[in-house]
Design a protein around this ligand. Structure first.
Ligand code: ACO
Ligand code: KIV
Length: 816
């Protein structure tokens, strides 16, 4: 069985390099793009197991024109009817823009040359491309020709082309360029290549300057030597061909000496290609003096492929040189090319692969994140000075956005990733820029997921973990403690000298936190004092809920701009220790995040976010029900008690009204009322959730729009002292139409002075609570009477109507 040889020199001859003295190309740099020729529809097409259909060729051709190619080798027209009719279709369909030259390939055979000319009849601009192989192996093995016979073959067929091009120019007004390829140039003695090309040029006899130049295309048909040797050959050719100014030197490299292959990740069947040594060979040879490059998009082509033009062009672009080709929507180009060639692009293909803008590893991610941050600062400064916004991001030679890609995939996370990458994703997707220590803390959580599940952690995994960990993002992520409302007031410090060195506040002022928070779903009013809003909330948590925590780190930033700007705050809390030093050194800490349109609100939310983590599922103290109220208690205390017991947030004027009720009641009961009695007092006074039959009660109702729809007709059944009566009335809303109906039963006039509502409960348990203050005016009575009523129902209109009737019940309404 054949196997690899220990001494391969007994089988393989080494390549003989050209000994070029004083070569110039190594010290040259790129200054401009070459003339590009796409040979996707010829060299690319002839290498496919299933060559393209006419339809596919048309789609591909349109893409090439759109990319900006001005020279396109469209076919080997003599090869097949498909190629021939595709070429005819281009001219007949008027598909060739005036500035585009169509190129067609023919061998040095008269019959095939004539067929080729038939294909291009009627085109405006045509490059006729003829080839014959010139290397010793081809001379000896394929053609059995001497060097002279090889030259004769080229000269003879050049004459035919010259004659036919003259005829077609006269007949169709076609402008011709002539391209001759000494095929297998890189394996041919370079002196012989020069000799044959000089002979062809002389035979053509029409080479001039500019568009009249003859094109000598010098292929590395099979790439047998390293790129620097090809560059030497090209430099030699450029400096030895006669009348250099009348010659376009063109490169046509393949990738035989380097190309990575891989399994198609999707089908696991097809081998896919990426760029190879052809890129290096082309770049060096271009420095060697060439003017033009032939290649294919993404490096399709014979064997290991032709040189990849996308890769070459974008290499120039990243050096600040206009490539004269547009790959702004690279993904669409990939889609078209892969569907026509039926070959996928490798995930690591330069510029085009789906992974080339992605970093998984921590140190890459960290550098990219820092690079983007530094760049945005630099760009802002440059923009202010009217200077260009230069790109300089570590590991990213090009801005993905220039190729129509987003930054979404720039960082992806797996077990190789670090905190920087995770922080980048959080910043990109949640606009939250975590402080460094918090990044380390959150990183542990993501590392845990990645290690446990041994897979890539998606953006969704990360953002969900973030929301879950920090109780951020609406009811789904809420913790046990949720801020419902708050008020921060400033009070003069009772003893400024005794204040701690907390820099949140001016030294002679203190802050008071008054807030309603939901604790395990129950609303609680809590209060606290501190040097700033945050320490005031911490004080309240300590006092009311026995959550004893101290602030260790705080930072904030804005999200967005203008009116929609919000504040994001980050808080690190530790358990309060016996002394400050102990607390600072605590190893366990809890981070929290808060977002709010108000900066104080965002800090308070961040405190609760961290406190939620700190309390875990430990039980919190119940509301103390034995707190007594007495005449010295304030209106706010009474209102807070109703929030705490019934979850009702009374409108301010309602609070005042109920406070009067409480004061009367406490006066009657020796100046003191217990918490539970206070709740009962509220319920009986306003009939809140009490089934008792009142003077007026709602049995059923219907509301219908009337007129142009701006008015309502209320019709329903009201029980008046137990007797059901049908009533109806019109108004511009549910409550006014109900009042109109009520007026049919009473004397005097009822009107609504104030209305408020809010919801209570959550999910399917949610219901509406309405507060209505009614005024009653009756004849002969100087002052209007006022009373509040409360109604609750799962239906908001019903809750409003109930509140109206409850208020009416509390007035000395006189029936008709
Ligand atoms: C490096 C390159 O990519 S070159 C371009 C290659 N592309 C293609 O070959 C695709 C299109 N080719 C074809 O469809 C066919 O090969 C055709 C139509 C051109 C010719 O088909 P056939 O006449 O059947 O010949 P075949 O394909 O066997 O070609 C080999 C013959 O052409 C000769 N030949 C090969 N290249 C050339 C050339 N450049 N100039 C003149 N003759 C040539 C060979 O010596 C051989 O001659 P022989 O029959 O006397 O031995
Ligand atoms: C026809 C020539 C230019 C060719 O395709 C090659 O040598 O690869």
């Amino acid at each position: 069985m054949p196997c690899m040889l220990l001494n391969p020199h007994i089988k393989y001859k080494p390549y003989t390099p050209l000994k070029l003295e004083n070569r110039a190309w190594p010290t040259k740099t790129f200054t401009k793009a070459p003339i590009w020729l796409s040979t996707d529809l010829r060299d690319g097409n002839q290498a496919l197991a299933n060559p393209m259909t006419v339809e596919q060729k048309n789609i591909f051709y349109d893409t090439l024109v759109k990319c900006g190619f001005k020279e396109i080798e469209v076919a080997y027209p003599a090869a097949s009817d498909t190629d021939f009719s595709f070429v005819r279709g281009l001219v007949e369909g008027g598909k060739v823009p005036d500035d585009v030259w169509i190129q067609v390939l023919t061998p040095a055979r008269e019959d095939l040359i004539r067929r080729t000319f038939e294909a291009i009849a009627g085109f405006k601009h045509v490059i006729i491309h003829m080839y014959n192989a010139t290397s010793p192996t081809f001379r000896n093995v394929v053609f059995h020709n001497t060097k002279e016979q090889t030259i004769d073959l080229a000269v003879k067929h050049t004459k035919i082309i010259r004659q036919l091009s003259n005829e077609y120019a006269a007949k169709y007004g076609t402008r011709f360029k002539y391209e001759y390829s000494p095929e297998t140039f890189s394996q041919t003695e370079v002196e012989f290549s020069v000799e044959i090309c000089n002979a062809v040029k002389a035979t053509w006899g029409k080479a001039g300057t500019g568009d009249e130049r003859i094109i000598f295309n010098l292929p590395a048909t099979v790439e047998v030597g390293p790129p620097n040797h090809y560059a030497d050959q090209i430099e030699y050719f450029c400096s030895h061909i006669t009348e250099r100014e009348k010659v376009v030197v063109s490169l046509h490299p393949h990738n035989d000496r380097g190309k990575s292959f891989a399994l198609d990740p999707y089908s696991l069947l097809i081998h896919v290609h990426s760029s190879g040594t052809g890129i290096a060979a082309t770049e060096l040879a271009f420095l060697g003096g060439a003017d033009r490059v032939e290649g294919c998009l993404f490096g399709n082509g014979e064997r290991t492929g032709n040189v990849d033009i996308v890769n070459l062009a974008l290499n120039l672009y990243t050096q600040g040189i206009p490539p004269n080709l547009d790959f702004s929507d690279l993904q669409s180009i990939i889609d078209i090319v892969t569907s026509c060639n039926d070959l996928p692009v490798h995930p690591r293909h330069p510029y085009a692969g789906e992974l080339v803008f992605t970093a998984f590893s921590g140190s890459h991610q960290d550098a990219i994140k820092k690079g983007f941050e530094a760049q945005s600062v630099r760009h802002a400064q440059a923009a202010a000075k009217g200077e260009p916004l230069m790109w300089d991001v570590p590991y990213m030679p090009i801005d993905p956005a220039d190729l129509g890609c987003s930054y979404e995939a720039v960082i992806r996370v797996n077990s190789q990733s670090g905190k920087g990458g995770i922080a980048y994703i959080v910043k990109q997707h949640l606009q939250l820029d975590m402080p460094r220590k918090m990044q380390i803390s959150f990183y542990q959580i993501i590392q845990g997921i990645s290690d446990r599940e041994a897979r890539e952690v998606t953006v969704e995994d990360i953002t969900t973990a973030f929301r879950t960990k920090y109780y951020l993002g609406g009811p789904k992520y809420e913790g046990r403690l949720v801020l419902k409302s708050f008020r921060i007031t400033t009070e003069p410090s009772p003893d400024p000298i005794s204040q701690t060195n907390d820099d949140e506040d001016a030294p002679d002022e203190r802050r008071r936190f008054d807030g309603t928070i939901s604790v395990d779903g129950v609303l609680r009013v809590i209060r606290g004092d501190g040097n700033g809003p945050l320490s005031a909330l911490l004080d309240a948590l300590r006092t009311y809920l026995e959550i004893d925590l101290t602030l260790r780190e705080y930072s904030e930033h804005t999200i967005g701009e203008g009116q929609n700007a919000k504040a994001a705050s980050y808080i690190e809390l530790v358990a309060s220790g016996p002394d400050v030093k102990e607390t600072r050194k605590a190893t366990q800490s809890w981070w929290g995040v808060g977002i709010d349109s108000d900066i104080a609100g965002s800090g308070l939310r961040a405190i609760l976010s961290a406190a939620n983590s700190a309390i875990g599922d430990r039980p919190l103290p119940e509301l103390k029900l034995d707190v007594g109220f007495n005449v010295a208690s304030g209106q706010a205390d009474v209102a807070d008690a109703i929030v705490n017991s019934l979850n009702l947030q009374l409108p301010r004027r309602f609070q005042a009204s109920f406070f009067e009720v409480v004061q009367r009641a406490t006066a009657n009961s020796g100046g003191k009322i217990l918490f539970e009695d206070l709740t009962a007092l509220f319920q009986t006074t306003y009939g809140y959730e009490i089934a008792d039959e009142w003077h007026f009660a709602l049995r059923s109702f219907k509301l219908e729009p009337i007129g142009d729809g701006s008015h309502r007709l209320f019709s329903g059944e009201l029980a008046v002292d137990g007797q059901v009566q049908s009533v109806s009335g019109e108004g511009n809303g549910p409550l006014s139409s109900a009042l109109a109906a009520l007026h049919t039963l009473i004397t005097g006039t009822l009107s609504i002075r104030e209305y408020a509502e809010h919801s209570v409960g959550e999910g399917t348990e949610v219901k509406a609570v309405s507060f209505v203050e009614l005024l009653y005016e009756k004849e002969g009575q100087k002052q209007k009477e006022a009373a509040w009523g409360v109604g609750s129902d799962t239906n908001i209109t019903t809750s409003g109507l109930k509140a109206v009737l409850r208020a009416a019940n509390r007035l000395s309404v006189v029936g008709k």
